[in-house]
Design a protein around this ligand. Structure first.
Ligand code: ZN
Length: 57
Protein backbone atom coordinates (compact mmCIF):
# COMPACT_ATOMS: atom_id res chain seq x y z
CA UNK A 1 0.00 0.00 0.00
CA UNK A 2 1.29 3.40 -0.92
CA UNK A 3 1.46 6.11 1.64
CA UNK A 4 0.36 9.57 0.91
CA UNK A 5 2.82 12.11 2.13
CA UNK A 6 2.29 15.72 2.89
CA UNK A 7 4.74 18.55 2.41
CA UNK A 8 4.39 20.73 5.47
CA UNK A 9 6.09 23.56 3.65
CA UNK A 10 3.75 24.05 0.73
CA UNK A 11 0.90 21.87 1.98
CA UNK A 12 1.04 19.61 -1.04
CA UNK A 13 0.13 15.96 -1.08
CA UNK A 14 2.59 13.70 -2.80
CA UNK A 15 3.98 10.19 -2.71
CA UNK A 16 7.56 11.30 -2.95
CA UNK A 17 9.79 11.54 0.11
CA UNK A 18 11.03 14.89 -1.10
CA UNK A 19 8.58 17.47 -2.32
CA UNK A 20 9.11 19.33 -5.55
CA UNK A 21 9.90 22.36 -3.40
CA UNK A 22 12.80 20.46 -1.84
CA UNK A 23 11.28 19.95 1.58
CA UNK A 24 11.00 16.53 3.14
CA UNK A 25 7.46 15.25 3.27
CA UNK A 26 5.86 13.46 6.15
CA UNK A 27 3.16 10.83 6.24
CA UNK A 28 -0.37 12.04 6.50
CA UNK A 29 -1.71 10.98 9.82
CA UNK A 30 -5.15 9.59 9.26
CA UNK A 31 -7.84 10.79 11.57
CA UNK A 32 -8.69 8.44 14.36
CA UNK A 33 -10.37 5.46 12.83
CA UNK A 34 -13.81 4.63 13.97
CA UNK A 35 -15.80 1.55 13.02
CA UNK A 36 -18.43 3.93 11.82
CA UNK A 37 -16.23 5.88 9.48
CA UNK A 38 -19.00 6.45 7.02
CA UNK A 39 -17.14 9.30 5.44
CA UNK A 40 -14.14 7.15 4.54
CA UNK A 41 -15.39 6.34 1.06
CA UNK A 42 -16.41 9.89 0.53
CA UNK A 43 -12.95 11.14 1.44
CA UNK A 44 -11.29 8.68 -0.91
CA UNK A 45 -13.54 9.70 -3.77
CA UNK A 46 -12.76 13.32 -3.16
CA UNK A 47 -9.05 12.88 -2.63
CA UNK A 48 -8.27 10.67 -5.58
CA UNK A 49 -9.48 12.99 -8.35
CA UNK A 50 -7.63 15.78 -6.63
CA UNK A 51 -4.40 13.82 -6.74
CA UNK A 52 -4.95 12.84 -10.34
CA UNK A 53 -5.57 16.41 -11.28
CA UNK A 54 -2.27 17.39 -9.76
CA UNK A 55 -0.50 14.65 -11.64
CA UNK A 56 0.60 12.81 -8.54
CA UNK A 57 -1.00 9.47 -9.31
ZN1 ZN B 1 6.60 21.37 -0.85
Amino acid sequence: MKHILLCQSCNTYTMKLICTCGEKTSPVKPPKFSPEDKYGDYRRKVLKPQLSKEGIL
